[in-house]
Design a protein around this ligand. Structure first.
Ligand code: NAP
Length: 336
C-alpha cells in the first residue's frame, strides 16, 4: 500500500511516499481502507522529533493520526457485519509506539476505536473530527469539569480544536468567550461564541476586563506560549486552566489560587460516539476544510506549522472511495 513515511526525524524532505505491506488485522482489529486523513499539528511535531521524548516510536513511522474510511476486513473476534461500515477514528493507540499512521491507504486498529461516522458528514469532514473533537471534549469535560452557566475562555478558537471546543462548550450551557485574530472573528461568532477577542496589542486584556471583570471559570488554552502563565491571570479565584499546548506555570497557579493542568488527548470510543451523535443531530457542525491530495503533504505541513489554520486541513487518500462515498453517500456505505 501507498504510505507517507519517515525513517528519521527532520524537515519536510524526510517524508517519502513508499509502498508498505498492507496491514493484516489482529483478532480484535478491523482493517480500514482510508478515504481521508486529517492533518493535525502533532503530525509535523512528530516528524520533526519534537515529541520523541513524550511518545515512544518505531521507524519507519507512517505519519497521521486521524482518518475516515471503510472497514474492509475484520479479525477473528470481530463481527463480520462490520465490513462495509464507514467509520472515523483517532487512530493512535495509547501505550503502543508511534509508527502506524493514517497517511496511508490502509490502517489496522482495535475494532472499538473505529466508530461509525455520522451519515450527514462528507468523508472529508469525518476525517477532520476525531482528534480535535476528542481533545476539546476531554479538555472541557474530563479535565475542565465544565458546568452549565460558567464562563469559559477558549484560546485558538478558529483552529481545529478551538472550533470544536466553542460548540461543545455551548452545548454544555456555558458562556463562551474566545480568542482569535480579527480575520477569524466572523467565523468564531458564526459557531455561536458569545464574544470574540483579538490577541494583538492590549485587545485581550481590555476585552477580558469588559467581558469578564471577575475573571473566567475555565480557560481552555489551545495555543500555549504566553498563555501558559499569563492565562492564569484571566481566571477568577478557584478557576481552572486546562492547556493542550505546553506546560502551565503551576507555581504561579498556586500563588493565584487557581489550578492548571496539561492534557494529552487519548482515543475514547464512548466520547467519540457522543460526538458523532451531536454531529448527526446537527448540534455540532464540522469545521471548514482545506482539502489537499496525499502527495501535497509537504504543503499541508507547512500550512499547519504556520499556525493560522481556520478549521482543518485534510488529505485525500483514495480518490475512488472518496468519490463513491461522497455521492449520496454511496455505494457500500453502511452505517450500522
Ligand atoms: N495535548 C493534546 O492532546 C493536543 C491535541 C490537539 C492539539 N494539540 C495542540 O494544540 C494546538 C492547537 O491545535 P489545533 O489542531 O487546534 O491547531 P490549528 O488548527 O493549527 O489552530 C491553531 C489556531 O491558533 C490560532 N492562534 C495562533 N496564535 C494565536 C494566539 N496568539 N492567540 C489566539 N489564537 C492564536 C490560529 O488562529 P488565528 O489565525 O486567528 O491566529 C489558529 O486557528 C497545537 O499546538 C497542537 O499541537 C494538543
Amino acid at each position: 500500500m501507498k504510505a507517507i513515511v519517515i525513517d528519521e526525524f527532520g524537515g519536510p524532505a524526510t517524508m517519502m511516499q513508499r509502498e508498505l505491506p498492507q496491514p493484516v488485522p489482529g483478532d480484535d482489529e478491523v482493517l480500514i481502507r482510508i478515504a481521508y486523513a486529517g492533518v493535525n499539528p502533532i503530525d509535523w511535531k512528530i516528524r520533526e522529533g519534537l515529541m520523541a521524548k513524550v511518545f515512544p516510536h518505531q521507524f519507519p513511522i507512517t505519519l497521521g493520526w486521524d482518518a475516515s474510511g471503510t472497514i474492509v476486513q475484520v479479525g477473528r473476534h470481530v463481527a463480520p457485519s462490520r465490513i462495509g461500515q464507514f467509520v472515523f477514528a483517532y487512530c493512535r493507540q495509547y501505550g503502543t509506539p508511534v509508527g502506524r499512521g493514517t497517511y496511508a491507504e490502509f490502517i489496522a486498529l482495535p475494532a472499538a476505536m473505529a466508530v461509525v461516522a455520522p451519515a450527514n458528514l462528507h468523508p472529508a469532514q469525518a476525517a477532520a473530527i476525531p482528534l480535535p473533537a476528542l481533545t476539546a471534549w476531554q479538555g472541557l469535560h474530563t479535565a475542565g469539569q465544565l458546568v452549565a452557566g460558567e464562563t469559559v475562555l477558549i484560546t485558538g478558537g478558529a483552529g481545529g480544536v478551538g472550533s470544536m471546543a466553542i460548540q461543545i462548550a455551548l452545548h454544555a450551557g456555558a458562556r463562551v468567550l474566545t480568542v482569535a485574530s480579527l480575520e477569524n472573528h466572523a467565523f468564531v461568532l458564526s459557531l455561536g461564541a458569545h464574544a470574540a477577542i483579538d490577541y494583538r496589542g492590549t485587545a485581550l486584556a481590555d476585552g477580558l476586563r469588559e467581558l469578564a471583570p471577575d475573571g473566567v471559570n475555565l480557560l481552555l488554552d489551545c495555543v500555549g506560549g504566553t498563555y501558559l502563565s499569563e492565562g492564569l491571570r484571566y481566571l477568577r479565584p478557584g478557576g481552572r486552566m486546562v492547556t493542550i499546548a505546553g506546560v502551565p506555570d503551576v507555581l504561579l497557579a498556586g500563588e493565584l489560587g487557581v489550578t492548571a493542568q496539561r492534557i494529552v488527548a487519548t482515543a475514547n470510543p464512548a466520547q467519540l460516539q457522543a460526538i458523532a451523535d451531536l454531529l448527526a443531530a446537527g448540534t455540532l457542525v464540522p469545521p471548514p476544510l482545506e482539502e489537499m491530495d496525499l502527495a501535497d503533504v509537504t504543503a499541508a505541513h507547512a500550512k499547519s506549522k504556520a499556525g493560522h489554520v481556520r478549521g482543518k486541513i485534510v488529505l485525500k487518500v483514495a480518490e475512488q472511495v472518496a468519490v463513491n462515498l461522497a455521492d449520496g453517500i454511496a455505494a457500500g456505505r453502511k452505517n450500522s
